[in-house]
Ligand binder design. Structure first.
Ligand code: NDP
Length: 249
């Protein structure tokens, strides 16, 4: 149970990368202001998080299973939270998809939208009634610089983040009336497994008609062009976690 004044924060996708680091950063808050519910779709992947959380595990950080692609899992997860009471929801879970569109099936594309777009929509729909009733709450959505600009071979991922940005911009206005704050975070490339794999795949990619310069668009054009927007955020999961903490403080 949360101590008085402690905020209940639920975070999606905490098995690795940015989500893991946000969970640990908030759980280790020096003033113990947060009761963190770190969620992941497969609890067998909990070891890295548990190790990073150290003494906070079982105190300011607890675990729940959650697959954002499943209506049932989302409902069950929120029902497992005491009184369904969540002060801050951090929608972090996401998947990438890289490659020329003609090599990607519609099913694979739908899966990206299922996670990056509908995953967020499901979570917001589920926490909104309680937040509205209490006229208080905060929702964070981990978007991307690719929610602002298209990037070569990331057509579907970019589209999923654009869709989410549109949804959130619309929702924010409705939620404001209930004193619920919706914020989006738009990182540039962050050094996680997600990003490493993407860069490796780009390097391997051979695509007729696309020259090496275009393939290296990531490093040479996209990376520097994102720096203006995100220079305050840095490029490691720790940077993003610190930034996220500032957003909710
Ligand atoms: P990781 O791949 O390290 O982490 C993604 C997390 O999302 C994992 O915990 C993964 O779980 C989880 N996840 C995927 N599908 C589901 C699902 N259906 N239900 C619940 N959890 C799920 O990537 P990052 O930490 O880099 O990415 C986190 C967020 O940041 C994403 O939304 C991404 O789009 C965004 N982002 C990342 C950038 C980067 O360069 N790394 C840049 C900009 C934005 P599992 O282990 O089970 O797969």
């Amino acid at each position: 149970m949360a101590c008085s004044g402690q905020k209940v924060v639920l975070i999606t996708g905490c098995s690795s990368g940015i989500g893991l680091r946000i969970a640990v950063t908030l759980a280790k808050d020096e003033k113990m202001r947060y009761k963190v519910i770190a969620t992941m779709r497969d609890l067998k992947k909990k070891d890295k998080l548990v190790e990073a959380a150290g003494d906070s595990f079982g105190k300011t950080l607890t675990l729940l299973p959650l697959d954002v692609c499943s209506d049932e899992s989302v409902k069950q997860c929120i029902n497992n939270v005491k009184d369904r009471h969540i002060d801050i929801l951090i929608n972090n879970a996401g998947v990438g998809l890289l490659g020329p569109v003609e090599s990607i099936s519609i099913e694979e594309m739908k899966q990206v939208f299922e996670t990056n777009f509908f995953g967020v929509v499901r979570m917001i729909k589920e926490v909104m009634p309680d937040m509205k009733k209490r006229r208080s709450g905060q929702i964070i959505v981990m978007s991307s610089v690719m929610g602002l600009q298209g990037v070569v071979f990331n057509d579907v991922y970019t589209a999923s983040k654009f869709a989410m940005e549109g949804f959130c911009e619309s929702m924010a206005v409705q939620l404001m009336k209930f004193n619920i704050r919706l914020s989006m975070i738009e990182p540039g490339p962050v050094h996680t497994e997600f990003e490493t794999k993407m860069m490796e795949d780009v390097a391997k990619m051979e695509y007729p008609g696309v020259d090496t310069d275009t393939v290296h668009y990531f490093k040479d054009v996209y990376l520097p062009s994102s720096i203006d927007i995100f220079q305050a955020m840095g490029q490691t999961p720790e940077d993003i976690a610190r930034y996220t903490k500032k957003v909710i403080e």
